[in-house]
Ligand binder design. Structure first.
Ligand code: MRU
Length: 339
């Protein structure tokens, strides 16, 4: 595959058209999809052709801008906003982006221009934030560290270097010798398909483990630190992230391993007092029953498929943001404002 890690761009826009890497095809095919209107962009979010909180947010911002290009009637734009917001409920960045583009553009003289400018700013800000979070996270990584990560919180999931993987890319680029244990992350395998692909492109040594092996590696002294991303963070510091994050955090505490969440402050939701207020997306049971579109589970059984879980703040060593690292449950959370 000729795409090199430094070239990986999960999403961009040109002439009001949105372009994405079709993440459902990775790692075996690198296909670019072009999305010509807000409906196509919203559908790509819903069907997880793109995914990861940051990339979802950028796509939602672009989809809103497409809606402002398509309509001048504000009722139609409001309807488009509802459709975009109905795609995936948990990632706070999606709602952050739709609201920001909508509020800034709805009553100005040149709504279409303001909408696109705002959508591009969201993308640019994520790239800047990712660089800062990467530097802060890399300071916690010592030469020779073994790192565990869950799901994909890299370049495919947030523009720039990603969130959790930004620390890993930065430490690697600083010349530190590191090894990354990659949780496979069933049911959609974001770890073994996407994180492993990204790390391979960057030449970062890594190994894939099944989801239920993390405890084994922690107990045997193989993990020095854990980095994960976040989809939404409540006011008390509880974190929603990919299903399985909670159990990794509990295991890390049990084994005295630092557990860091890496996310921009746009993931903070001041309207959620605790993790109990965060809506968890339920996805199709087929994702559990099938692998590569083939049934592997017992035909006729039922499956449950919550896409995220809540890690209580007490299991989290720190939350690395572009504004610094929040520790010990001392979180002063305001929703992000673009400067
Ligand atoms: O269902 P996904 O693949 O969109 O879930 C992604 C995750 O849970 C990531 O870990 C999270 O978005 C943080 S990365 C910005």
């Amino acid at each position: 595959m000729k795409n090199k890690e430094k070239d990986i761009r999960a999403i961009w826009a040109e002439s009001e058209m949105v372009f994405i890497i079709d993440q459902s095809k990775l790692p075996h095919k690198l296909e670019i999809l072009s999305l010509k209107n807000y409906r196509e962009t919203a559908l790509a979010i819903k069907e997880m052709k793109l995914r990861g909180a940051g990339t979802i947010g950028i796509a939602a911002g672009f989809a809103m801008a497409q809606a402002f290009s398509e309509f001048s009637d504000i009722d139609k734009i409001q309807k488009a906003k509802n459709i975009i917001e109905d795609t995936r409920p948990t990632a706070q960045d999606l709602f952050y982006a739709t609201n920001l583009v909508y509020e800034r553009s709805k009553s100005c003289e040149n709504p279409k221009e303001v909408a696109w400018k705002t959508a591009y700013e969201i993308l640019k800000k994520d790239i800047e934030n990712s660089k800062i979070m990467g530097k802060l996270g890399a300071e916690l990584i010592k030469d020779g560290y073994n790192i565990l990560t869950h799901c994909n919180a890299g370049k495919l999931a947030i523009a720039g270097l990603g969130s959790a993987l930004a620390s890993i890319y930065t430490a690697h680029n600083q010349g530190k010798k590191i090894f990354v244990y990659v949780d496979e992350t069933r049911p959609r395998l974001q770890g073994s398909r996407l994180t492993a692909w990204e790390l391979s492109q960057a030449g970062i040594p890594h190994g894939i483990i099944v989801d239920n092996a993390a405890g084994y590696f922690m107990q045997n002294g193989k993990i020095d630190i854990v980095f994960v991303g976040a989809d939404r963070i409540a006011k008390n510091g509880d974190v929603a992230n990919k299903i399985g994050t909670y159990e990794k955090a509990v295991l890390a505490k049990e084994n005295n391993i630092p557990f860091y969440v890496v996310a921009p402050t746009s993931a903070f939701d001041a309207n959620c007092k605790t993790g109990n207020d965060i809506v968890i997306e339920e996805r199709s049971q087929d994702e559990v029953m099938k692998i590569n579109d083939k049934y592997v589970a017992n035909n006729g059984s039922k499956a449950f498929n919550p896409a995220f879980d809540i890690t209580p703040a007490r299991y989290i060593t720190g939350i690395i943001t572009e504004k610094g690292i929040f520790r010990n449950g001392k979180y002063k959370i305001k929703n992000r404002k673009l400067e």
